[in-house]
Each structure stands twice: as structure tokens, then as C-alpha cells.
Design a binder for this molecule. Structure first.
Ligand SMILES: *[C@@H]1O[C@H](CO)[C@@H](O)[C@H](O)[C@H]1NC(C)=O
Ligand SMILES: *[C@@H]1O[C@H](CO)[C@@H](O)[C@H](O)[C@H]1NC(C)=O
Length: 238
């Protein structure tokens, strides 16, 4: 009886709590949204690369290549140019052009070499000599797909015509847009994304968890991405 009498007031106190609890949650949510909106307006100051010079670099790599399908040459040309252009105190780059990982995302399959990854930017070479097709993903970043070898096709309703991106062109997918795309036959591209990169990672890893179960590629993708993001944070590159 005594024990029951003691527990009753505690129950009453807990019944009074939910309002405070929900108020606290609402405040936390508002602070989070306000911080996100503020960071979103200033994120441009952390960008190091720019779409125009990367497009010029992609075109220069194509022009310098001994043949239009010499992907290896173009990749080495691009990595050498970037490491010579950007000081290592400003941005960390991965100079190892042999470090390719299998990538499955949005139903498409290929391989990628991660040149750079940080919180607000990434730069990769993505492609396959076989061709592939899938969903671009719906992203919190702007995406610039600089075609190096082959051709990329895209479809975005209500425009029922096929969009065509040959080598040397750039396919810009603005943040918040999505398309169906196809790398008809072999195609490789220099892909630059700027925006909130960590929010893009679930798209890049979902196919592994729901379909391929390729935990080896999953491990290397997570390891290399994490390593590059940390290397950049250590020199103050967000
Ligand atoms: C890198 O490529 C750009 C674009 O082609 C060119 O303007 C620049 O001179 C190159 N830099 C180096 C160090 O090769
Ligand atoms: C480059 O990457 C390849 C593949 O992961 C690896 O075998 C090699 O040791 C790396 N080279 C250097 C210099 O880190």
C-alpha cells in the first residue's frame, strides 16, 4: 500500500511531461533547420574546384589522348594536372590512379576512381567499357558529368526526346532533379559534385545492401571516401 502511494505521484509527474518534451524537441528541430539553412547559404565558400575549369581540363585530356578511347591516358592526365594545379595545403587529392572500386547505384553498374572527397565536393572518374543504365539519384548536390570517352544519354519527362552527351560535353544535373540515364556501350566521365556530399552516400551504397551484397566493394568505397574526407578535414577543407 505504502509503495503504491509513493509511485502514484511519479506517474502524475510523467503525465505532465509530454508537453515539455515536445516543446524541447520542436526547439531542437528548429535550431537544426536554422543551422542547416544558414550553412546552406554559405557552403559556396568551401568550394575549391569550379565546373568551368574542370570542363576545360576534361577537353584538354581528350585532345591530348593518343586515341579517343584511351581512358587510362586521360585519367592520368587529369590526375597529374590537378595535383600540379592545386596546392596540397588547400585541398587533398588521391593521386593513385589505380585505386578503382566497383560501384552499383540507382541500378547502374561501373567502377570509380575517387580523386577527391570532402563534405561539400567530390570528384571521381566513373564509367564502364560495357555500358550501363539507371537512375541518376535525387541529390542534395549539383552534378557535372564531363564525358571523356563514349556517350551518355538521358531522359527527363515531360521532354520525350533523348538527351545526348558526347565526349567533350558536360551534362549538368542541378540539385533536386533526377533523370534516367544510359551509358550506351562504353563510357567514362569525370564527375564533379558540389553540395552536401555525405547526404549522397546512402544512394551510392543502397544497391550493395539491397541487391549485390558486395561487401568487399562496400568496404573499399567507405574506407577510401572516409580516408579522403578526413584528409581534407585535417587541412581545414570542409
Ligand atoms: C591543367 O589544365 C588546364 C586546362 O586545360 C590548363 O589551363 C592548365 O594549364 C593545366 N595545368 C597544368 C599544371 O598542367
Ligand atoms: C594504389 O592503389 C592500388 C589499388 O588499391 C594499390 O594496390 C596500390 O598499393 C596503391 N598504390 C599506392 C602507391 O598507394
Amino acid at each position: 500500500m505504502a509503495a503504491k502511494g509513493k509511485t502514484a505521484p511519479t506517474v502524475k509527474v510523467q503525465q505532465g511531461n509530454p508537453l515539455t518534451k515536445w516543446f524541447t524537441r520542436a526547439v531542437v528541430l528548429l535550431v537544426f533547420l536554422a543551422t542547416y539553412s544558414w550553412l546552406d547559404t554559405i557552403k559556396d565558400r568551401w568550394y575549391v574546384f569550379n565546373p568551368k575549369s574542370l570542363h576545360e581540363l576534361a577537353q584538354a585530356a581528350i585532345a591530348a589522348a593518343p586515341s579517343p578511347d584511351d581512358t587510362t591516358f586521360m585519367v592520368q592526365y587529369i590526375a597529374a594536372n590537378l595535383t600540379a594545379t592545386y596546392p596540397s595545403s588547400q585541398i587533398a587529392l588521391n593521386p593513385n590512379t589505380s585505386e578503382w572500386v566497383i560501384s552499383n547505384a540507382g541500378g547502374a553498374m561501373g567502377a570509380m576512381y575517387i580523386i577527391h572527397a570532402s563534405i561539400t565536393e567530390y570528384l571521381i572518374i566513373f564509367g564502364t567499357p560495357l555500358g550501363t543504365e539507371g537512375h541518376t539519384g535525387l541529390h542534395t548536390a549539383d552534378d557535372y558529368f564531363n564525358i571523356l570517352v563514349g556517350e551518355q544519354w538521358a531522359f527527363a519527362p515531360p521532354n520525350l526526346e533523348m538527351e545526348r552527351y558526347p565526349a567533350g560535353s558536360v551534362h549538368h544535373l542541378p540539385r533536386g532533379y533526377m533523370k534516367q540515364y544510359k551509358m550506351h556501350e562504353g563510357c567514362f566521365a569525370l564527375e564533379y559534385a558540389r553540395g552536401w556530399i555525405p547526404l549522397m552516400l546512402p544512394f551510392g551504397l543502397a544497391d550493395v545492401l539491397s541487391s549485390t551484397l558486395d561487401y568487399v566493394s562496400f568496404y573499399h568505397t567507405a574506407r577510401i571516401t572516409g580516408r579522403e574526407i578526413i584528409k581534407n578535414l585535417l587541412i581545414g577543407k570542409i
